[in-house]
Design a binder for this molecule. Structure first.
Ligand code: HEC
Ligand code: HEC
Length: 209
């Protein structure tokens, strides 16, 4: 190759590099601008709703509530949620079997010696209200399903959570029994937030604690 030829090759190579570097940034510019993706007001409301539900679920899944809302036929006991001793069973109306009704041992208030929890109308939540084993989606859906929640509207549910003796007991559970992670007030606030943002259902399969 003569000098001129080499020079031509060299110039061609420089040209190619220039071309490459020119097309690089041009391509990038056509990509969407970096930064947080824009969300519609509906999406933002749904996100808020899901955050509120996660707080609600943290209380529902606490042993103080879950021990009485099992999917099986026996109550659970303690912070480790072991099966209730003495082979206690839910019975046909969720308050025990003849000879071993809940009220044989559980009174309308906690007893210190022996340490037996108590509150008015102490009994197991019916099977339709069994939360054990549900993922977040099913737990949320169950809670607002009138066919399973005792025919309660959202307003009724809020009322139940505000005043029901068994719910309130969760925050006065007696010695050695921990409280749910939110205060009762905080729980009611989270519940309200979930409802007023449309009671969004979490995606299937996820379980938060
Ligand atoms: C001693 C047992 C017991 C404990 C403890 C208990 N529950 Fe219940 N729960 C019940 C029973 C029984 C019902 C059904 C009462 C009814 O329908 O009137 C019920 C119903 C409910 C309902 C309405 C139906 C549903 O599942 O949507 C909600 C909500 C509820 N409980 C929340 C709670 C929360 C929150 C806690 C803990 C802070 C709790 N419960 C602790 C026994 C219990
Ligand atoms: C023979 C007496 C007896 C009967 C009957 C009985 N319980 Fe209990 N229950 C106890 C005692 C004692 C404890 C406390 C055990 C402990 O803390 O280790 C207890 C604890 C519990 C707890 C645990 C609360 C918590 O969060 O730790 C639940 C829930 C419960 N009982 C529900 C019921 C239900 C519902 C019935 C009726 C279907 C029932 N029990 C029948 C004696 C009884």
């Amino acid at each position: 190759m003569n000098t001129l030829g080499r020079l031509a090759l060299c110039l061609a190579a420089v040209g190619a590099i220039a071309l490459l570097s020119a097309t690089g940034p041009a391509q990038e510019e056509s990509l969407p601008a970096p930064g947080p993706p824009t969300r519609t007001p509906e999406q933002m409301q749904k996100e808020k709703s899901l955050v509120a539900f996660a707080k609600v679920a943290s209380v529902l899944r606490h042993p103080r509530c879950m021990n009485c809302h099992p999917s099986g036929d026996r109550p659970h006991v303690g912070n480790d949620r072991h099966l209730h001793g003495m082979n206690v069973q839910r019975g046909p109306e969720d308050h025990g079997v003849p000879g071993l009704y809940c009220s044989a041992c559980h009174r309308t208030e906690n007893q210190a010696v022996p340490n037996i929890p108590g509150a008015p109308h102490w009994q197991l939540a019916p099977p339709s209200m069994g939360w054990e084993g549900l993922d977040d989606h099913d737990l949320a859906a169950m809670l607002i399903d009138k066919n399973r929640n005792g025919n309660r509207s959202l307003e009724d549910l809020l009322h139940h959570m505000r005043v029901d003796a068994l719910v309130l007991w969760g925050w006065q559970a007696g010695s050695g029994r921990s409280n749910p992670p939110l205060s009762h007030e905080g729980f009611i606030r989270a519940l309200k937030d979930w409802f007023t943002t449309g009671a969004a259902l979490p995606p299937k399969g996820a379980t938060t604690f």
